[in-house]
Design a protein around this ligand. Structure first.
Ligand SMILES: Nc1nc2c(ncn2[C@@H]2O[C@H](COP(=O)(O)OP(=O)(O)OP(=O)(O)O)[C@@H](O)[C@H]2O)c(=O)[nH]1
Ligand SMILES: [Mg+2]
Length: 624
């Protein structure tokens, strides 16, 4: 085997918010990717709108930095990955492009559920793992403990000696410093770059092997159409050359590559050729998809097709059927929705789209609520109107019996809330696996009175948990979860305890009506908002649904009342974001999403029909 010693490929992996993108920023600056006076956004890799708004990474992206060494310049391709569990599919793909993983661990939070997930994936891919303890500047850092916890995790997940024996780096990504020895504070990232050059294996290849590259990601260019991002395993390729496109279904086709790009810092630059170990982008194959192989036309050798974990959560997505449909959207038809979903599938291997019994509705399956909510958010910004159903777990038949997805859940709360949390998770069939004192949230030096609780919970039990959890812990608790396999179906689970207040006619909500209704529960709308029959206008304080008339006018009487007085007494409505609305709804409810509005509704709008169904259900003949 030969070596590409001028190249290194790494992926940065971690739990959400542990500082991956910030570290990539510092690597870019210190490798001279930007001019000193250049105006560059913070966390420049988080480049799409929703990433910037939410402050999280959603798509894995690669960048290249040039690191000088004694043997000449070395190009280090760095793939920044998302830390949120719902985007785990991106991480699995990123790991197929690289020769080592940089595992970041927050110096105070330590390994969390997604740390375990990404580390397991890296070890399964037989990659060496460089441990980086980040945020060492935190006043509540507990570095020794975190290092021990990380080693325990490495060993528990079956790392071999070579994977455990690597040096540990301590970094402050914000200030761009790294050190191998805590007694000697770092001044820049040189120790990190040196460790990467020394311990990340250079790509190896067989000089006699014909050209072979794996498609690991896709992108679209307005001028060139689809771009395939590939990792070249063996051989070289030139721009304009014809290659064998080995498709997932086993067929092979000859195609000409119209363009070829390599990455320099954040830019894709045209290149004449690319060789083993390079991460390149090519244009010219309109229908190429992730996991396929590009190979030598005369001797095509396909690589095994890339597989990722299966989706665990699904929800229905269809045409907006509310009476207010078509007011502010531009894309309303089933055909538009279907073709948009199809195009989403191409770039997103962890999503699945299935038909339902309705021709205007599809079931979209993914890794979690956030992933699905972000898809809906993207569609909405593009002008779509949609009806979105309640998120439901994807069950599976294993050895003839019904199984459901389970998640590993970590909770940090002040001690006082241990009782309520235990109760909350008990109702949701969570099994506590571990409980210990934690330092999260505490200040330096104080034994903070916080507790870390680790659970295994049916994924079903987590739907809608976040809102309730935050209420119960008065916004202080922290909660993280990640998919962790299937277990037998756990039977009935309690869902939202309260029913809905449902409008029984259309009209504009009045101050007078809402004043009366707010005695019944918590309202979601304010006066003047247009409602329709079957729209949910609030949460009932009782467990059943109640039909109400939010458009009721005040009867004129000769007793005068001061309207100003009433204004003061009407409590502000609970504003429902898209995420909150999806968490809130029950099986027989849905969310109406348009570019300008998020409304909650019953699936069946007509009160008379709902009444009949409810009676039937009560009468014993439970729906199957
Ligand atoms: N104090 C301190 N804060 C840091 C450090 N590194 C990152 N942060 C902060 O941590 C937060 C999260 O940083 P990101 O770089 O977005 O984390 P990430 O791992 O890329 O997050 P995801 O991509 O969403 O998983 C930001 O507010 C950073 O400013 C550090 O070394 N010290
Ligand atoms: Mg990030």
């Amino acid at each position: 085997m030969a070596l590409r010693s001028d190249l290194r490929n790494i992926a940065i992996i971690a739990h959400v918010d542990h500082g991956k993108t910030t570290l990539v920023d510092a690597m870019l600056w210190q490798s001279g990717a930007f001019r000193a006076n250049q105006d560059v956004d913070e966390r420049v890799m988080d480049s799409n709108d929703i990433e910037r708004e939410r402050g999280i990474t959603i798509l894995a992206k690669n960048t290249a930095v040039v690191v000088p060494s004694d043997d000449g310049d070395v190009t280090v391709n760095v793939v920044d990955t998302p830390g949120h569990a719902d985007f785990g599919g991106e991480v699995e793909r990123a790991l197929a492009m690289v020769d080592a993983a940089l595992l970041l661990v927050d110096s105070s939070e330590g390994p969390l559920p997604q740390t375990r997930f990404v580390l397991r994936k890296a070890l399964e891919s037989n990659l060496p793992v460089l441990v980086v303890v980040n945020k060492i500047d935190r006043p509540d850092a507990r570095i020794d403990e975190i290092v021990n916890d990380t080693y325990d995790l490495l060993i528990e997940l079956g790392a071999d000696d070579t994977q455990v024996d690597l040096p540990i780096l301590y970094t402050n990504a914000l200030s761009g410093t790294a050190t191998l020895d805590l007694d000697e504070p770092g001044t820049d990232l040189r120790p990190l770059f040196d460790t990467i050059l020394e311990h990340v294996p250079a790509p190896t290849y067989d000089p006699d092997h014909p050209f072979q590259a794996m498609v690991t990601n896709l992108d679209a260019s307005p001028y060139l159409g689809r771009l395939a991002m590939c990792r070249i395993q063996h051989g070289t390729i030139n721009r304009g050359q014809t290659v064998a496109w080995c498709r997932a279904d086993g067929t092979i086709e000859s195609v000409k590559l119209s363009e070829l790009y390599l990455t320099e810092a954040l830019d894709r630059v045209p290149a004449e050729s690319a060789g083993p170990g390079d991460l390149m982008a090519v244009a010219g194959i309109a229908d190429v998809t992730i996991g396929e192989t590009l190979a030598d036309v005369n001797d095509p050798r396909p690589l095994p097709v890339l597989t990722v974990d299966e989706p665990s959560l699904g929800m229905t997505l269809g045409v907006n059927t509310s009476p207010l449909a078509g007011r502010d959207g531009t894309k309303l038809t089933a055909r538009q929705i279907e073709s948009r979903l199809k195009s989403e599938l191409i770039g997103n291997v962890s999503l699945r789209v299935l038909p339902t019994e309705r021709p205007d509705t599809w079931e979209v399956q993914g890794r979690g609520e956030l992933q699905l909510a972000i898809l809906v958010e993207n569609l909405r910004r593009e002008g779509f109107e949609l009806t979105v159903g309640k998120p439901q777990v994807v069950t599976k038949e294993i050895d003839g019996s019904l199984h459901e997805p389970f998640e590993r859940l970590s909770i940090d709360v002040p001690q006082d809330y241990v009782g309520v949390v235990t109760q909350l998770l008990g109702l949701r069939k969570g099994r506590m696996e571990r409980m210990l004192a934690s330092s999260t949230g505490g200040t330096a030096g104080s034994s903070s009175g916080w507790v870390r609780m680790d659970y295994r919970v049916p994924a079903r039990g987590l739907i809608g948990l976040r809102t309730e959890f935050l209420t119960e812990t008065r916004g202080t608790g922290i909660l993280h979860h990640v998919f962790d396999g299937y277990e037998p179906w756990q039977g009935e689970l309690r869902t939202r305890p309260n029913g809905s207040l449902v409008a029984d006619r259309s009209g504009a909500a009045t101050q007078f009506a809402l004043l009366n209704l707010q005695e019944r529960g918590q309202l979601f709308i304010s006066p003047g908002v247009e409602v329709y029959e079957g729209m949910i206008v609030g949460e009932n304080s009782r467990s059943e649904d109640m039909d109400v008339n939010p458009a009721k006018e005040k009867k004129l009487s000769n007793v005068r009342s001061a309207t100003g007085d009433e204004l003061v007494r009407l409590a502000p409505p609970r504003a429902m974001s898209l995420d909150q609305a999806l968490e809130f709804i029950r099986e027989d409810e849905a969310v109406e999403v348009t570019p300008g509005a998020v409304r909650l509704r019953k699936v069946e709008l007509a009160a008379t029909v709902r009444g009949r169904t409810a009676k039937r259900a009560k009468g014993g003949g439970a729906p199957v």
